[in-house]
Design a protein around this ligand. Structure first.
Ligand SMILES: Nc1ncnc2c1ncn2[C@@H]1O[C@H](COP(=O)(O)OP(=O)(O)O)[C@@H](O)[C@H]1O
Ligand SMILES: [Mg+2]
Length: 289
């Protein structure tokens, strides 16, 4: 039976898949201090598609956090523009939730459940009963259903991180923004959190913009990686990395790619790989200088 409505729906779903959810166009970011203007990024462009795990990778000071702040709506570009779903980003909004590194931002006097409910209530997104229901749903997804009534100080660092992620996901934002979220965790917990983030993504398919200065973490977490040059940040290259996950760690292909990224990030002048090098592994590489 012909169903024009279903046809239209599938056509618009296809159109959506091909246009980026987030468009960052030639964005330059600056800080004005009393004595100087600090240029944080120079004309950075990239696009994030729905369900991407898009990573901003570069050395300390290259403007990763500034870009994330700008996408979140806290730092207006000095030039260029940022669009989410076609709308210019001008302010912070509940459609972009930032998960910070300091999980101790969880108010200690609120239970885990109350912590996850809080943004839903504060933003008047849901009434109390629905907020509790949604909070429990996401606590279950991050494996903390049994800890709903616990207080944050009784949780490990990894568990606090999961609460923070559940709290962000409960708002059902268009994008989740994470700035080095696991940097403060010990190496084993960090690996575990990367694994859990990927498992969560498998289940929820959220769209992620993730900042890190770790090449290894970028390869494990991301399906696409934007490489930024040192201060001020410019786009060096954009690569596909969906073929890597935690099981690739230590493998020859993974090591080779990590070394190549290292060279792209740090080689003087950032020359493209010489023709004599083995064929580049990335599906599509976009170089820019
Ligand atoms: N609030 C600020 N005032 C002045 N300069 C800043 C401020 N925040 C960041 N910067 C500068 O902007 C540049 C980029 O910083 P940042 O985005 O934090 O880099 P990253 O996250 O990649 O380490 C750095 O040179 C940093 O010193
Ligand atoms: Mg930073």
């Amino acid at each position: 039976m012909h169903n024009p409505a279903a046809e239209t729906a599938s056509v618009s779903a296809t159109a959506q898949a091909s246009s980026p959810l987030l468009q960052v166009n030639r964005v330059s970011l600056q800080y004005r201090t009393a004595s100087a203007v600090v240029q944080a990024t120079h004309e950075v462009s990239f696009g994030v598609h729905p369900a991407d795990r898009f990573v901003l990778l570069g050395p300390s000071g290259c403007g990763k956090s500034s870009l994330l702040k700008s996408v979140a709506g806290f730092l207006p570009p000095a030039s260029g523009e940022i669009r989410l779903d076609g709308q210019a980003v001008r302010h912070p909004g509940p459609d972009r939730i930032v998960v910070f590194q300091e999980f101790d931002q969880l108010p200690p006097w609120k239970t885990v459940l109350a912590n996850v409910m809080f943004p839903l209530l504060a933003s008047k997104t849901l009434k109390k009963r629905e907020a509790a229901e949604r909070a429990r749903h996401y606590l279950d997804k991050v494996g903390l259903a049994r800890f709903a009534d616990a207080y944050p100080h009784t949780l490990s660092g990894g568990m606090k991180a999961r609460v923070a992620i559940a709290r962000a996901l409960a708002m059902q934002p268009k994008m989740l923004l994470m700035d080095e979220p696991f940097a403060a965790l010990d190496a084993l917990t960090r690996r575990k959190m990367q694994e859990e983030l990927l498992a969560l993504w498998d289940e929820v398919r959220f769209t992620l913009l993730f900042v890190t200065h770790s090449i290894e973490e970028a390869l494990v977490v991301g399906n696409r990686i934007l490489l930024l040059s040192p201060h001020p940040g410019r786009v060096r290259a954009e690569i596909n990395s969906h073929q890597y996950d935690l099981s690739s760690l230590g493998g020859a292909g993974f090591q080779q790619t990590a070394q190549r990224i290292h060279r792209l990030l740090f080689d003087e002048g950032g020359a493209p790989p010489a023709a004599a090098e083995p064929p580049i592994n990335f599906g599509d590489v976009r170089f820019s200088y």
